[in-house]
Design a binder for this molecule. Structure first.
Ligand code: SAH
Length: 345
């Protein structure tokens, strides 16, 4: 069975030819799937009944199931989706004044094991397929209505996208192909904890997609304690890689810096951070730690975050405090999934 939403446009053309359809049927099918958000072949009324039967025999339209949904006062919506095999993932819809963003997951769980992360607690189950990534966009767009267009996609949900590179690349091809979803490549951001071979592949294969790096510390020891993978891909090596990154294509690389009280929030850290990014076109986002029940870290007071920010601005580095959205719902990534688990077990 062909998982039709995992096919890029050229692959969809090959598929229709393989079942002896004319080539133009690929455009027709893509329009139904990605513009009209169809959930079944039966909806494709400009294809004959026999044609639709043949499609059903050879391919499957695989739809995520919404099992829970939390709506925040600020309009943020958190979805819990169930996959075909019963696994569950989260997707977040974040409305801004002038655009709408969704934050998608790329894996069930995550193998990295960051000490501050709620998703890490459950370990790693499997990679998502391209269609499971794309369908997060389709399902949310269908749920909020086509008039509320999603324009931006950030790969910052559960999982490490660069450890699932092939499927992430395919999903981005589907999301940015005008004959399919048709989003602007520049409005896609892939966030990584610093998988160097993946960063190299991004530079080569997805040069117009924005890159975000979860840095979170300014010295190797502290980062190693927070993100064990720093032993393999150190700050020093990652920064060397970013210096080579073709950043003119994406304008600026985004550096994400989680603020953890007493761990990485000193003014000395701010100075070291400024030195680390010197010469790299970056934008820094300071992310106040999002606490969850039993979390071992605290969020620094606002004044401390602002003082940290000022050190960076004084050195000419664009630095923003990224206020958490959806504070009144299960805000930290993975919490909705965790909550649901407790209920069902
Ligand atoms: N694995 C990728 C993408 C998923 S995590 C990465 O590491 O970038 C997305 C972002 O959320 C990362 O910057 C991650 O460090 C951050 N994050 C994880 N837990 C958090 C928490 N409790 N509060 C705030 N940010 C958190």
């Amino acid at each position: 069975m062909t998982d039709i939403k995992s096919l890029t446009f050229p692959e969809l053309q090959e598929f229709v030819l393989s079942i002896e359809f004319k080539k133009y049927r690929a455009s027709q099918i893509a329009r139904w799937l990605y513009k009209k958000l169809a959930t079944s072949f039966d909806e494709m009324t400009d294809i004959s009944k026999e044609g639709r039967e043949l499609l059903k025999e050879k391919a499957e339209i695989y739809n995520l199931k919404i099992v829970n949904k939390e709506v925040s006062k600020d309009g943020t919506i958190k979805y819990l989706f169930e996959l075909k095999d019963g696994n569950r993932i989260e997707t977040v819809f974040i409305p801004e004044r002038d655009w709408n963003t969704i934050c998608v997951s790329t894996q069930v769980g995550c193998p990295i094991g960051c000490k501050f992360c709620f998703t890490a607690k459950d370990g790693f189950t499997r990679n998502l397929t391209a269609s499971e990534i794309v369908d997060q966009y389709i399902s949310v767009q269908r749920d909020i209505g086509i008039e509320n267009r999603i324009s931006n996609v950030v790969f910052m949900g559960m999982g490490e996208p660069l450890l699932n590179f092939e499927n992430v690349r395919k999903s981005i091809q589907i999301l940015t192909d005008d004959r399919m979803v048709g989003l602007s490549t520049r409005k896609i951001t892939v966030s990584t904890c610093g998988i160097i071979p993946g960063i190299r592949k991004m530079a080569k294969e997805l040069p117009k997609v924005k890159l975000a790096l979860s840095l979170h510390a300014t010295d190797e020891k502290t980062r190693e304690n927070l993100i064990p993978l720093n032993k393999k891909y150190s700050i020093k090596e990652i920064m060397k890689e970013l210096r080579k990154y073709p950043a003119d294509n994406v304008r600026r690389i985004m550096i994400e810096y989680l603020m953890l009280e007493g761990v990485n929030d000193s003014l000395k850290d701010a100075e070291r951070l400024a030195n680390l990014v010197r010469g790299i076109p970056v934008k820094i986002n300071l992310i106040p730690f999002n606490p969850y029940p039993g979390s071992p870290f605290k969020t620094p007071p606002r004044e401390k975050i602002e003082a940290f920010q000022k050190v960076l601005w004084d050195r000419g580095i664009a630095t923003f405090i990224r206020d958490s959205r959806g504070q009144d719902i299960s805000a930290a990534c993975g919490m909705l999934r965790g909550k649901e688990k407790k209920v069902t077990q």
